[in-house]
Design a protein. Structure first.
Length: 188
């Protein structure tokens, strides 16, 4: 379902736009997603709405068949630093996660509830991992979920399409960055 409305208390949550992840995928659609996510952050800030910037510094300890970037070695210095394009502001809220979902053991739910937030707009990387896991958790926590599908990307194009076309409509409403920005301006 396409985005029908934004609640007055809506927050933008940007997932994993950090140097170690973005720089590893310069040949992917990541640059376009980064540009759209930064446009969203600017619009939310301009209208006094919360911006939550999430980075990841760990992973679940369980075994998988997929080789993960970094292997078992420690992450390089600066890997988890947010990208410069986000232009982090003092009013932004920073959350560090150690699992796929930005809600798992992070305090994100408490932060959003303390701010009175009832709806989240999600963007970031990777669509089928961090964004999808956070969308599922946001839905489970009772938030209205909106997904800015052109402000997210995945190194696996098929996985991105699957999340956008099959999973996200079950969890919330989808929109383009421009549609979200238009609604943010109309509600403020």
């Amino acid at each position: 379902m396409t985005l029908s409305t934004l609640d007055p208390a809506t927050a933008l949550v940007v997932i994993d736009l950090q140097k170690g992840i973005v720089s590893a995928h310069t040949d992917s659609p990541f640059p376009a997603a980064v540009e759209q996510a930064t446009r969203l952050a600017s619009a939310f800030r301009r209208h006094g709405l919360p911006v939550v910037l999430v980075n990841v510094t760990g992973r679940a300890p369980g075994r998988t068949e997929t080789v993960r970037p970094g292997g078992s070695a420690a992450l390089p210095a600066g890997w988890a630093d947010l990208i410069d394009e986000l232009d982090v502001q003092p009013t932004d809220h920073l959350i560090t996660k150690r699992r796929r979902s930005a809600f798992h053991d992070t305090g994100l739910d408490t932060l959003l509830r303390d701010l009175g937030v009832t709806q989240v707009v999600l963007s970031g990387i990777s669509t089928s991992s961090g964004v999808e896991s956070t969308a599922r958790s946001a839905c489970d926590h009772g938030y209205h979920v909106a997904l800015a599908t052109d402000a997210m990307s995945d190194p696996d194009a098929a996985a991105h399409r699957h999340s956008v076309e099959r999973i996200f409509p079950k969890l919330g409403e989808t929109a383009t960055t421009e549609e979200v920005i238009t609604m943010v301006g109309a509600t403020r």
